[in-house]
Write a protein that binds this ligand. Structure first.
Ligand SMILES: C[S@@+](CC[C@H](N)C(=O)[O-])C[C@H]1O[C@@H](n2cnc3c(N)ncnc32)[C@H](O)[C@@H]1O
Length: 198
């Protein structure tokens, strides 16, 4: 068995929380890998919202979804995730099974267009409000670049401050690498009912 990478662990946790016909959000569409994963999980009866601030990212994500024949279940939103609360249809709020954040910059793209602590925290707060009971938000943090280090610390502090009666927070990553490796924070919204059978 090979330990999963933080991005792979995010898929495992989200996969366990997201049912067919569910609603999901990709807060950082990028090259569309996570959006495609979410689109497959929710199936043809589900819906995915995918946010990004770069047209290149949304174009690449759109292309990937079209190739896979799942574009019609995804709404691409050309806006920062900090406006997530307003962009999700009123009827979907409180019913979202999973929100994924993969922070940092677009691989192979403009490294200056990176996620930032303040807007990430605004978006994460909104995301937690959108989750259904049993829903999960995942955040892959990249402390290996300067802005990423500040952002990662801010996300950790935010998550540690969440009310344990309302949320459970887990952290996953490799501990013995020489660089500052990415790590995953996952937040589960507690509740009487879960959106899947457990
Ligand atoms: C590491 S990439 C995401 C990778 C992606 N999840 C995938 O599977 O290919 C981070 C993305 O976040 C985007 N981004 C930066 N600031 C943002 C913001 N405020 N709201 C939404 N996306 C943002 C960047 O443009 C970039 O495409």
């Amino acid at each position: 068995m090979k330990f999963p990478k933080p991005t792979e662990m995010a898929h495992r946790l989200v996969g366990g929380a997201l049912a067919e016909g569910g609603i999901a959000v990709d807060a950082t569409a990028g090259n569309g890998h996570d959006t495609l994963f979410l689109a497959h999980r929710v199936g043809s009866a589900g819906r995915v919202y995918a946010f990004d601030v770069q047209d290149t990212a949304l174009r690449e994500t759109g292309r990937r979804l079209s190739w896979a024949g799942v574009a019609e279940r995804v709404r691409l939103v050309a806006a920062g995730h900090e406006v997530m609360g307003e962009q999700i249809a009123a009827g979907d709020r409180g019913r979202v099974g999973a929100v994924m954040f993969n922070l940092g910059y677009l691989p192979g793209g403009d490294k200056t267009r990176t996620t930032e602590a303040a807007t990430t925290l605004t978006a994460l707060g909104a995301a937690l409000g959108l989750l259904a009971p049993g829903g999960v938000a995942t955040v892959v943090c990249y402390p290996g670049h300067p802005a990423g280090g500040v952002e990662a610390e801010a996300v950790v502090d935010f998550c540690r401050g969440l009310d344990q009666g309302e949320f459970r927070v887990a952290r996953y990553g490799f501990e013995n690498l020489v660089s500052a490796p990415p790590f995953l924070l996952a937040v589960e919204k507690r509740g009487r009912t879960s959106n899947i059978e457990r």
